[in-house]
Design a protein around this ligand. Structure first.
Ligand code: AMP
Ligand code: ZN
Length: 472
C-alpha cells in the first residue's frame, strides 16, 4: 500500500504549500465566510461552498467526524439586504429567511454537507459589540460621528495577508473617504442606522445606535465558535483584501494574538463563457436556475474538474462534457449493480490526491481509472470506485444509465422501461465480450418492438453510450 502522506495546503499567508498540522487533532477548526442572504446564490458563490465541503470531508476522514468543527456563517445584516427588503416591501427577516432556505436547498442538491455550526450575524451582535469594546479599550478603535472605526495605523503589520504596504493598498483600493476617518484606510466596525434600518444599542453606549460592519461579524462568529486562534480560514480570493485582512486586524488586536487562523485558503474566481459574471452582461447564473437543467452532481463534477486555486471558465460545453462522463459512469454503476455498501472505503489514490492541496482534478482522474477497472470486471473495484465518488460528495445512489432518464419520461409503462434497460445492459455486456452476434440480436429484438437504440461515441474517452427511443 502506498505510504500515507500528510495534508499539504497552500497558505495565502505564507504564499506556499505547507504541511497542515492542527492545533488540536481532537478538534480541527475551520471557518469559511458564508453568503449574504438577499438573493439567489450564483454559481460563483457555490465555488467556496463546494471546495470547502471537499476539505471538510477530507478532514473528517483524516481526524474523525467528531473531531472537526466547520463553521460557515450566514450574513443576515447588510445594506444590500436592507435595500432588497425595501424594494420588495417585505420585512428583512422574511427576506433573509427565504433566501437562506433557498441557499440550503441549492447547495444540498450540490452534495454539500451542512457545516457543524452555521451562525447568523444577527444572533451574535453582543459578541460583536464586546469585540469592538475590546478594540476601543486597547487603543485600536475610536469613535467618530456616531461610528466606531478601526485605527489601521495602530497595527504595525496590517496588510500581511495581501502582502501589500499601506500606501499600495490606499492607492489600489476603493476605500471610502469619509471626513471622520483619521486615516483613509480605517474601516467601519459600527455605523449608525437610519430610521427603518436594523439597529441595536451601540457598543458600550458610546456611539450611536446602529449596526455592525461586515468584517466584525466574521471576527465575532469565528472567535465565539472556534476560539481566538484556529486552524483554517477560507473564502474566495476576492475576500483577501479588505475583508480577510480586516478580520485578521480585528481579531488579532482584540485577542492579542500573532495570527487569527494559521492557514488561509482562497478559491480562484469563476467566469462565465470567458467573461466576468454580471447582471448587466446577462450572464449571471444562479445555482437555482442551473439545477433546473442539470443534475446537482453534474454541477459539482464540473466545479471539481478544476483545481480550486485556478480560475474556472464556466461553460455550457464544460457542463455537457461533465454530463457525458456522469452518464457513462451511471451506466457502469448500473452494470455493477450500484455496489456501494456502507462500509466500503474510498480509494487511497483519491485521498492522496486530495491531500495534495485538494487536487480534485487528480482525484477525478483516479475515478476514471477505477471506472475502467470496473469495466474490465476487476474484483472489488466497483465498491471502491463508488465509495470514492461518494467520498467526493457525489450522490452515487442516483447514478444510472442515461437510458433511464430523458427518454423514459415519455414511456408510461414501467415494465417496458425496465425490460429495455435490462436488454440494453445485456447488449452492452455482449459487445464488451465481443459477442457481436448476440449484441445485434438484442438490438433487432428491440427494433421489432419499436425501440430504436442509438450508440454515440464519447469524444473524450471513445466509450460507447447507448440511449433509446420509441420509433414514431
Ligand atoms: P459574497 O456573498 O459576495 O460575500 O460571496 C460569498 C462567497 O462567494 C465568497 O467566498 C466569495 O469570495 C465567493 N465568490 C463570489 N463570487 C465568486 C466568483 N465569481 N467566483 C468564485 N467565488 C466567488
Ligand atoms: Zn468573513
Amino acid at each position: 500500500m502506498a505510504e500515507a502522506h500528510s495534508l499539504m495546503l497552500y497558505n495565502t499567508l505564507t504564499r506556499r504549500k505547507e504541511e497542515f498540522v492542527p492545533l488540536d487533532a481532537q478538534n480541527v477548526r475551520m471557518y469559511v465566510c458564508g453568503p449574504t442572504v438577499y438573493d439567489y446564490a450564483h454559481i460563483g458563490n457555490a465555488r467556496p461552498v463546494v471546495v470547502f465541503d471537499v476539505l471538510f470531508r477530507l478532514l473528517r476522514q483524516m481526524y474523525g467526524e467528531k473531531h472537526v468543527t466547520y463553521v460557515r456563517n450566514i450574513t443576515d445584516v447588510d445594506d444590500k439586504i436592507n435595500a432588497r427588503a425595501a424594494e420588495e416591501g417585505i420585512s428583512i427577516r422574511e427576506l433573509t429567511e427565504r433566501t437562506a432556505k433557498q441557499f440550503h436547498e441549492d447547495i444540498k442538491a450540490l452534495g454539500v454537507l451542512p457545516p457543524t455550526i452555521e451562525p447568523r450575524a444577527t444572533e451574535h451582535i453582543e459578541e460583536m459589540k464586546a469585540l469592538i469594546e475590546e478594540l476601543i479599550a486597547s487603543g485600536h478603535a475610536y469613535v467618530a460621528e456616531g461610528h466606531v472605526l478601526f485605527d489601521v495605523p495602530s497595527m504595525p503589520d496590517y496588510g500581511k495577508l495581501s502582502n501589500r504596504s499601506l500606501d499600495e493598498m490606499a492607492a489600489g483600493a476603493r476605500v471610502e473617504v469619509a471626513p471622520y476617518k483619521k486615516d483613509p484606510m480605517d474601516f467601519v466596525l459600527w455605523k449608525p442606522s437610519k430610521p427603518g434600518e436594523p439597529s441595536w444599542p451601540s457598543p458600550g453606549g458610546i456611539a450611536e445606535p446602529g449596526r455592525p460592519g461586515w468584517h466584525i461579524e466574521c471576527s465575532a462568529m469565528a472567535g465565539k465558535h472556534l476560539g481566538d486562534v484556529f486552524d483554517i480560514h477560507g473564502g474566495g480570493i476576492d475576500l483577501v483584501f479588505p475583508h480577510h485582512e480586516n478580520e485578521i486586524a480585528q481579531s488579532r488586536c482584540a485577542h492579542g494574538t500573532d495570527v487569527m487562523a494559521r492557514y488561509w485558503l482562497h478559491n480562484g474566481f469563476l467566469q462565465v463563457e470567458g467573461e466576468k459574471m454580471s447582471k448587466s452582461l446577462g450572464n449571471f447564473i444562479t445555482i437555482h436556475d442551473l439545477l433546473k437543467e442539470w443534475p446537482g452532481d453534474v454541477v459539482r463534477f464540473n466545479m471539481l474538474r478544476t483545481h480550486y486555486r485556478q480560475p474556472i471558465d464556466w461553460t455550457r460545453k464544460g457542463l455537457e462534457e461533465s454530463k457525458a462522463t456522469l452518464d457513462r459512469w451511471g451506466e457502469i454503476s448500473d452494470r455493477v449493480g450500484g455496489a456501494l455498501t456502507k462500509h466500503a472505503l474510498p480509494d487511497i489514490g483519491v485521498i492522496e490526491a486530495l491531500k495534495d492541496d485538494l487536487n480534485t482534478p487528480l482525484a477525478i482522474t483516479r475515478l476514471h481509472e477505477l471506472a475502467k477497472e470496473c469495466r474490465s470486471n476487476a474484483d472489488g473495484a466497483a465498491e471502491t470506485w463508488l465509495a470514492s465518488a461518494a467520498f467526493l460528495g457525489f450522490d452515487v445512489a442516483r447514478w444510472h444509465s442515461p437510458v433511464q432518464s430523458a427518454e423514459l419520461v415519455e414511456v408510461t409503462d414501467p415494465d417496458l422501461a425496465h425490460r429495455v434497460k435490462s436488454l440494453v445492459a445485456q447488449r452492452g455486456a455482449a459487445r464488451k465480450s465481443k459477442d457481436f452476434k448476440e449484441a445485434d440480436r438484442i438490438r433487432d429484438e428491440l427494433a421489432a418492438t419499436g425501440i430504436v437504440l442509438k450508440d454515440t461515441k464519447d469524444p473524450a474517452t471513445g466509450e460507447i453510450v447507448t440511449t433509446w427511443e420509441l420509433a414514431r
